[in-house]
Ligand binder design. Structure first.
Ligand code: GTP
Ligand code: SPV
Ligand code: MN
Length: 606
């Protein structure tokens, strides 16, 4: 296999890494179906994977991670540059030299008794002007099998690389899965990623968050494009024309679900259809026609299992019926899988994600309910298996974007939808968005944290520079998309969601597209344009007017508090935050002072 590449530098690097990690053998992956099957068998016989019931779930396997290795570890994730300011303060920083020196010790002999797999992969369609190539070295078959789904992988990438093509050097070892020696290190100045002592998705599938967001965002700034944590979705409108939008929501806040939503009956009858282009990452460039164009650099979905069912996401339920890798869900005794929010009733005979015998309603010694599936349990499946996949997935220049959506989980404050006044205001809204922390990252769940563009954990350089790059991009796009903020997660006093979400979100997207074309008027409020009372199509959805009013309520007092949070947040990001962000904050405060009614509440005219 090695003979297949004439790439001297690549061969040299693989040898050098092998000398450090000391694997028993080095194996170059070709990406074939035969290889996939062989490696799967090997992992099943070693216990790294469990074969699922092949009648119920053909081609599916199951994997459990270590108990302390279930989500991205942001505090152990570093951008390693010579100058601290080029990374800090939103990212953890280490100097290149220190990071390499420390990690070299962790990698030394780490692959003894194991095979080092060489995975050539492409982010983006091979040959596309968007594509970036990488080679990941790993001692985990689980990683190989996942990378084969998530990326375009194998010999065709070696061919595309030729004798001296550029590639990101990605090194991963599970080592001992030791949390105290876990490091996820990015060296944007060297086009290199090192990840050690983890086996969890976002930490180890190095094409995904590490390359396609952290390294790519660094490149994007240099080259004048954007690498974003966004889904890409085609909305076929009555009449057959398809408009595309991209949306940035933080981890576990609804990208996968929105990307393949099922139109509610009324809108379906009007003629709406949805086409999925991507569910996690978008690379955006200015096209020759002056619009913003997007490609999905991935070829699979690494999606959140809990909450996925035939009602919330029937398309995904169809997709994961075969050829899927399930991680940290419940393993049923019949070789099936289950998670909280599954269509099937909870199994009586099963093993939970920790490997303990488990049945629903089980309590621990403190009387707390024991979950079956980890809240961040996931499935890996090819996007080819998603029934709504777009026929433009392999288009080299992607799809033109009409609107950008930003949003998070906000139990209070943020209305269902509002539109930015202009690009700069939109960048301010995106830069200052916040969300309640989910199980997708270590830390206190539920805490509201600022998460600019849903990129807090993924920006590969200084956050102030990132905001400036976004502002600059506005000037480079002659026909820019319109910018919106959405919140599917507003709650009442009892903690119930006010909005049904999922497929019903299309009602909001319809308004977004109408606003983009300036077809409908809107209510001007201190925070942006809101729909007026007749502009959302509510056919077939019975929501009391009081609830709609609550969904669109702008509480003056809470927004003043939000302004204080934003001010602190911007200051915490350091001196490079553009002055224009503070000017937008001042304008927002001014509008809030001027526009609100005596009771301190401003209602859209619902
Ligand atoms: P990452 O893969 O972590 O980047 O997450 P994601 O943004 O793709 O999140 P995903 O779509 O997987 O949703 C995460 C959780 O939110 C799941 O449990 C969903 O069921 C739930 N969810 C998604 N959309 C909605 C919605 O519109 N309303 C409500 N209430 N919940 C939703
Ligand atoms: C996320 O956490 O945003 C994910 C999953 O999409 S992971 O690939 O693990 O980062
Ligand atoms: Mn994500």
């Amino acid at each position: 296999m090695e003979a297949l590449t004439q790439h001297k530098e690549l061969k040299q690097w693989v040898n050098e890494m092998a000398r450090m990690c000391k694997p028993d053998q080095v194996y170059w992956c070709d990406g074939s179906a035969e290889e996939n099957e062989r490696l799967k068998r090997e992992a099943i016989s070693s216990g790294e994977l469990v074969e699922l019931n092949q009648e119920l779930l053909p081609g599916c396997v199951y994997h459990r991670t270590a108990l302390n290795d279930v989500a991205r570890t942001e505090d152990l994730t570093f951008i390693c540059t010579d100058n601290k300011d080029d990374s800090a303060p939103a990212n953890n920083w280490k100097s290149r030299e220190d990071a390499y020196a420390e990690a070299r010790e962790f990698f030394k002999n780490a692959m003894k008794g194991r095979t080092m797999y060489v995975i050539p992969f492409s982010m983006g369609p091979i040959g596309s002007p968007f594509a970036k190539y990488g080679v990941e070295l790993t001692d985990s078959i689980y990683v190989v099998l996942n990378m084969r789904i998530m990326t375009r992988m194998g010999s065709k990438v070696l061919e595309a690389l030729g004798a001296n093509g550029e590639f990101t050097r990605c090194l991963h070892s599970k080592a001992q899965l030791d949390l105290s020696r876990r490091r996820i290190l990015h060296f944007p100045e060297d086009n290199t990623i090192w990840s050690v002592n983890s086996g969890y998705g976002g930490n180890v599938l190095l094409g995904k968050k590490c390359l396609a967001l952290r390294i790519a965002s660094h490149l994007a700034r240099k080259e004048g494009w954007l690498a974003e944590h966004m889904l890409i979705l085609g909305i076929e409108e009555p009449g057959g024309h398809t408009e595309y939008i991209a949306a940035a929501f933080p981890s576990a806040c609804g990208k996968t679900n929105l990307a393949m939503l099922v139109p509610p009956e009324g809108l379906k009858r009007k003629g709406y259809r949805i086409w999925t282009v991507g569910d996690d990452i978008a690379w955006l460039r200015v096209g020759e026609d002056g619009r913003l164009w997007a490609v999905n650099p991935e070829s699979g979905c690494f999606g959140v299992a809990p909450g996925t069912n035939k009602k919330t996401n029937p398309n995904m339920m169809t997709a994961i019926a075969r050829d899927t890798i399930f991680t940290n869900v419940v393993l049923k005794d019949d070789g099936g899988v289950w998670w909280e929010g599954h269509d099937d009733p909870p199994p009586v005979e099963a093993t939970n994600w920790t490997g303990q015998r488990w049945s629903a309603g089980m309590k621990d010694e403190q009387g707390k309910a024991v979950v079956g599936a980890h809240a961040n349990s996931r499935f890996t499946v090819s996007i080819e298996r998603v029934p709504t996949r777009s026929n433009r997935l392999d288009k080299l220049d992607g799809v033109p974007i009409s609107a950008l959506l930003f949003g998070g989980r906000r139990a209070r404050l943020a209305p269902l939808v509002y539109q930015a006044y202009d690009w700069q205001h939109g960048v301010f809204i995106a830069a200052t968005m916040a969300s309640e922390r989910t199980a997708a990252q270590f830390g206190k769940i539920g805490e509201v944290r600022g998460d600019p563009m849903a990129m807090l954990p993924f920006t590969g350089y200084n956050m102030g520079d990132y905001f400036r790059h976004w502002l600059d991009m506005g000037r480079r796009i002659p026909n820019p998309p319109k910018i919106f903020h959405v919140n599917w997660f507003r709650q009442d006093e009892q903690g119930r969601y006010l909005w049904p979400g999922f497929g019903e979100n299309l009602r909001v997207l319809e308004w977004v597209l109408q606003r983009r074309r300036e077809e409908v008027p809107a209510v001007q409020t201190p925070i942006g344009y809101l729909p007026n009372d007749s502009s959302l199509d509510m056919t077939g959805l019975d929501i009391p007017p009081e609830t709609m009013a609550k969904l669109f309520e702008i509480d003056q007092h809470e927004w003043f508090e939000e302004c204080d949070r934003i001010e602190k947040f911007l200051h915490s990001l350091g001196e490079r935050v553009p002055q224009r962000m503070y000017e937008e904050l001042n304008s927002l405060r001014g509008r809030l002072r001027r526009c609100c009614g005596l009771q301190g509440r401003f209602h859209a005219a619902w």
